[in-house]
Ligand binder design. Structure first.
Ligand code: V47
Ligand code: SF4
Length: 358
């Protein structure tokens, strides 16, 4: 048996692969074989189901103290294109969507120079008064680390306050690429991989579930991607608290890394499949349709994804500002069902914790 055949046989028997084996598979396996292996692994977890939710994003501000090289979204205070909502403006947005049927609000913004932990605690409390049933999935580990340390609290103390206020889950952003030599070049102010991993570890211990992301397709190598995935696999072995993994394709418009261009759809598909195969302990793999566009999302379902995020309702600007096709991203339930059906699966509405709805 060749080394490649040996790895394929291991995966067929649901055995874990090492970093070295992952590298060989990533470099040598034909696309059809990655598709077959990843879909088989997905089917063992979720059969023919593909999940989505009814959600909207709330982006408090794009004013950010940091200046990540890949970011098309951040602005300095007062710069053209900056927005900075007051508490009341954000509550008005929530009120306007109160009857939308959303079960989740995803809140992510910049690392704000003035809004502090107490401002965000109040925001969460007041949102829960307007929409008591909605799950709040809020703030990247980077935002959380800044607001909690600025308040002079430990991570655990800060997360406890946020949980008491009504924060149920944490999105996966801020992970970028863990390898320090890449992190230093693309987001030097963002804090280390250890900070990101430890914040998620502490959240899991407090029973706050989290997602994890990986920003790929810029200056990182396949080895860096594998290193990233292995670090997440290790955390998941320890805590089991990661709900879903989301590979985020670098979109190149309007940022300092624009000259790099974007990676191919083939690379997107190989990355999805390899994520499913390496992260054998993370149940859900999300193809974030806002970032891929609708047709690549359908393809992603043939490469191990079992979640396509949600209806969104034209509430996020991060990806349209970076060049994503859809400048007003909204997906109807009918569209979601159609995409899943044509990929050979059945769409199921879920809540933030992957409980089925109806
Ligand atoms: O950390 C910023 C990424 C992330 C670009 O948990 C970019 O369900 C590509 O966390 N090209 C924030 N990516 C978004 C995020 C997220 C998104 C969707 C679902 C979930 C979830 C979380 O957006 C950042 C960064 O990695 N990002 N700029 C860009 N030009
Ligand atoms: Fe700020 Fe986030 Fe953009 Fe980095 S990715 S500059 S932290 S808004």
């Amino acid at each position: 048996m060749s080394a490649l055949e040996n790895i394929i046989a291991k995966l067929g028997a649901s055995e874990r692969i090492s970093g070295q084996e992952a590298l060989l598979l990533w470099q040598l396996a034909p696309l059809w074989q990655l598709s077959q292996l990843a879909v088989a692994a997905k089917r063992r977890v979720s059969g023919d189901m593909v999940f989505y939710n009814r959600n909207f994003h709330l982006e408090p501000s794009n004013v950010c103290l940091f200046d990540c090289k890949f970011c098309s979204y951040r602005r300095s205070e007062g710069e053209s294109g900056a927005w900075d909502y007051t508490l009341e403006q954000m509550l008005d947005i929530v009120r306007s969507r109160k009857d939308s049927g959303a079960t989740e609000i995803h809140i992510v913004g910049g690392v704000h120079p003035r809004n502090d932990l107490y401002f965000y605690l109040e925001l969460i409390r007041q949102i829960k008064q307007i929409m008591p049933q909605v799950a709040i999935k809020a703030f990247t580990a980077v935002e959380l680390n800044c607001m909690i340390s600025k308040a002079g609290l430990t991570t655990v103390e800060g997360l406890k306050l946020l949980k008491e206020a009504g924060m149920e889950a944490i999105p996966g952003g801020g992970a970028e690429i863990f390898a320090p030599h890449i992190r230093e070049q693309i987001c030097p102010q963002k804090g280390s991989a250890e900070m990101w991993l430890d914040l998620h570890r502490q959240a899991h211990k407090l029973d706050i579930s989290t997602n994890a992301t990986m920003l790929y397709g810029h200056i990182e190598s396949v080895e860096d991607r594998i290193d990233h995935l292995l670090r997440l696999r290790e955390l998941q072995d320890e805590t089991g608290g990661i709900n879903a993994f989301i590979p985020l394709k670098f979109r190149s418009a309007n940022n300092s890394l624009s000259a790099l261009g974007e990676t191919s759809v083939i690379d997107d598909l190989r990355t999805l499949a390899m994520s499913r195969l390496i992260l054998d302990n993370v149940l859900h793999l999300k193809a974030y349709w806002v970032m891929y566009g609708k047709s690549t999302t359908e393809l992603a379902l043939a490469f191990g994804a079992d979640d396509i995020d949600g209806t969104i309702e034209d509430s996020t600007k991060i990806y349209s500002m970076a060049g994503a096709e859809d400048s007003h991203p909204t997906m109807s339930i009918e569209d979601i069902e159609k995409i899943c059906r044509s990929a050979g699966f059945v769409a199921h509405e879920r809540d933030t914790h992957y409980n089925l709805i109806k």
